[in-house]
Design a protein around this ligand. Structure first.
Ligand SMILES: [Zn+2]
Ligand SMILES: [Zn+2]
Length: 102
């Protein structure tokens, strides 16, 4: 899955995107075989991963696992923009001035 910062994309900038951890819902479910014997895996759980790009934009990407044999879970992942991480940018500016790492 490709992950591109939506805010940077809008501004025509390119940026590295860092993962900030992910969480998965815990719904119970079962795989099944349909009337033709075809296997289906319809996992209703969502996996949400938080990201921050190097320009300080924060966003979540929410997606579901795909069924191998039908369209379930193949819709585009949902992207939620969460604004700018000002603290991170301030830290980054300070580090840039010193020429060091964050
Ligand atoms: Zn960005
Ligand atoms: Zn299916």
């Amino acid at each position: 899955m490709k992950v591109i910062c939506p805010a940077c994309q809008r501004e025509g900038r390119k940026s590295k995107v860092y993962s900030m951890g992910s969480a998965r819902t815990m719904l119970g479910w079962n795989t099944y075989h349909d009337e033709e014997g075809v296997y289906h895996s319809h996992d209703p759980n969502e996996v949400k991963t938080g990201y921050r790009c190097e320009n300080g934009h924060m966003f979540d990407v929410i997606w579901r696992a795909e069924c191998p044999n039908c369209d379930y879970g193949r819709e585009k992942p949902e992207v939620k923009e969460l604004g700018v991480d000002e603290k991170y940018l301030a830290r980054k500016r300070r580090a840039d001035e010193k020429g060091g790492e964050i």
